[in-house]
Design a protein around this ligand. Structure first.
Ligand code: ATP
Length: 588
């Protein structure tokens, strides 16, 4: 059986320094990867490109929050209770597996995550699913919820539990009371963060696609639900392939090729905010090297979506005939900020100024505590608070002689005259609102894998098979390889000087003088270096070098003068190789 692209890629990634399992000297541990020199540079370039597009160009602010956060944060966010995956353990070998993944891998069901546990147990029985590790029958094995957060203790002892953040988002939400001040209390405003997230995945797999420590790039956009939407004219012509719920539920359903503008007009994309971000994400993914023909946006099925999210779409890439989630785009309503408001003492609202002050009738109470205190003891304040809420919600309750409120399931009756109930006209300049959140959440590691997979290519050069990564110069770890033909008679010195000059001009340069020139080209091809420059004897005579383009392997003889500018223009896409002023050279 021939090797799959995944197998070849994982081998290349280790050999050439993209990524490899960590701590191999100690046997390694599943779900942790180290990005080698090439991988770390690619990651940095992709993060820079994300920052440029989703923070700088959109006018959003970036923050850098801790990766460990105290337990109350995750109590409020709901992660402590509900950030679970379904686990089934093999009674024979003790290996744990993600039950929904077993179903997806062995049946025609595509999204098993949204299926209830009892039904998952039934499906395991019905399809007689077996343990992928030892082959034992898993029928009848219980399926349990398993919380994915890594716990720790903050400081000595265990009185202050904390967790490694399972997403970068909470670091933004909890700081909203300050962040809104930095944004001068004006909606909409966005805050981004790029950083590590940790999930104790039941079965990490597919190299860096599912790991236990990974990098996310998230944008939390705070919007006024009744305010103006985004400027859709900026993305209306962007072509996208959508896989909405209706198509997923139809046996003959297919991807819809459309534009953002059309999808908004026909209602496929219900939220203009989601539509806008799908548009810029589509352009950005193409820019960093995701193959458009192996990319789509899939809408979450209703059971798959968090209960508070009104709409959610995933960006997905096709890898070895499998669709992998790269990012999620969710309209989260006011869930996050309301939860933190409920669990903390801070103000998670924004004061929204009206265009003109308005005069409204307000019902208020000022209960007589000298009556409530002796009457209701310890419950007196709660009764007073309940009276206040009731006055706001239902002033008719105060029309009789008595008014009854409910506190923790107990009814308390108070004479209306003791509440000092009144309805007054007040002039208000605005109101406090809880902003809604639009969240584009990108995974960096899966994207790096996708970029490498979609860039992976094989061809034949000079009768020899060649493997190369057709990476875009913006993200390629190295932009230029600089070689002396040989490291003698001044060639090495000249090439080293040239490498230093090109680095000083801001280019990422790899100097290489070891082995035959053809082998050096192959090495750079496998790393994905877009251009190589060779210094030879002619260079010493006439001040020209050969510049070779990776994908076409074409070579041109170019003067050293202005070489830095030519290479910069080539790498920034401002100049095509065919338009470079130079003499064609025979291939290597
Ligand atoms: P999945 O369903 O694949 O577990 P998710 O829906 O839980 O992913 P989100 O919580 O939406 O993922 O996280 C946003 C992004 O973070 C994902 O689109 C993905 O790119 C990345 N991500 C999530 N979990 C992992 C992981 N274990 N390893 C690598 N990347 C991950």
């Amino acid at each position: 059986m021939s090797e799959s692209t995944a197998e070849k890629l994982v081998e290349l990634a280790k050999r050439r320094g993209y990524f490899f399992p960590s701590a191999g000297a100690y046997g390694g541990v599943a779900g942790f990867y180290t990005f080698g020199p090439q991988g770390a540079a690619l990651k940095q370039n992709v993060e820079d490109a994300w920052r440029e597009r989703f923070a700088v160009r959109e006018g959003h602010q970036e923050i850098d929050a801790p990766t460990v956060m105290p337990e109350p944060v995750f109590e409020a966010s709901g992660h402590l209770d509900g950030f679970d995956d379904m686990l089934v353990e093999c009674a024979e070998c003790g290996e744990s597996h993600r039950a929904d993944h077993l179903i997806e891998d062995n049946t025609a069901i595509e999204e098993a995550e949204s299926i209830a546990i009892e039904e998952v147990e039934e499906l395991i029985d019905e399809h007689q699913l077996v343990c992928p590790s030892c082959g034992a029958d898993l029928s009848g094995e219980p399926v349990d919820d398993f919380n994915l957060m890594f716990g720790t203790n903050i400081g000595p002892g265990d009185s202050s539990p904390g967790y490694l953040r399972p997403e970068t988002a909470q670091g933004i939400f909890v700081e909203f009371p300050l962040l809104k001040e930095y944004a001068r209390n004006q909606l909409p405003f966005g805050v981004t963060q790029i950083g590590k997230a940790y999930r104790n995945e039941i079965s990490p797999r597919k190299s860096v696609i599912r790991t236990r420590e990974f990098t996310q790039a998230e944008l939390e956009l705070f919007v006024d639900p009744e305010g103006e939407g985004p400027d859709l004219s900026r993305v209306e012509d962007v072509e996208v392939r959508l896989y909405p719920i209706g198509e997923q539920e139809d046996e003959e359903g297919e991807l819809i090729e459309t534009t953002i503008g059309e999808a908004v007009a026909d209602g496929t994309l219900a939220s203009p905010w989601i539509a806008y971000h799908l548009g810029i994400a589509q352009e950005w993914y193409e820019r960093v090297g995701v193959d458009k023909s192996r990319f789509r946006f899939r809408q979450h099925l209703s059971g798959e979506r968090a209960h508070y999210a009104s709409d959610c779409w995933d960006a997905e890439a096709e890898l070895d005939e499998d669709w992998i989630e790269l990012a999620g785009f969710a309209y989260r309503g006011d869930y996050d900020l309301s939860k933190h408001a409920e669990h903390s003492d801070e103000d998670f609202t924004i004061f929204k100024q009206y265009d003109e002050p308005v005069t409204v009738e307000r019902a208020t109470v000022d209960p007589d505590m000298s009556y409530l205190g002796p009457e209701f003891g310890g419950q007196a304040q709660d009764v007073a608070d309940a009276l206040e809420s009731l006055a706001e919600e239902d002033r008719s309750a105060f029309e009789g002689e008595d008014v009854t409120v409910d506190v923790d399931g107990e009814e308390y009756t108070v004479p209306v005259e003791k509440t000092d109930f009144s309805v007054d006209e007040v002039t208000e300049s605005g109101e406090h609102i809880t902003p809604h959140v639009v969240e584009p959440s990108f995974g960096v590691d899966r994207l790096l894998y996708t970029i490498l997979d979609h860039a992976y290519a094989e061809d034949e050069v000079g009768g020899e098979e060649r493997t190369y990564l057709s990476l875009d110069p913006e993200v390629a770890p190295t932009t230029v390889g600089v070689f002396p033909l040989m490291d003698k008679e001044g060639l090495g010195e000249r090439a080293r000087d040239l490498a230093a000059e090109l680095r000083a001009a801001g280019l990422s340069v790899n100097y290489d003088d070891s082995g035959a020139i053809g082998r050096r080209y192959r090495r750079q091809d496998e790393i994905g270096t877009p251009f190589c420059v060779t210094v030879d004897y002619e260079t010493l005579e006439d001040g020209t070098v050969t510049v070779r383009e990776r994908d076409s392997t074409e070579q041109l003889r170019v003067p050293l003068e202005d070489l830095d500018e030519t290479l910069t223009a080539l790498s920034e896409g401002d100049l095509a190789f065919a338009d470079v002023d130079g003499e064609p050279v025979e291939e290597d």
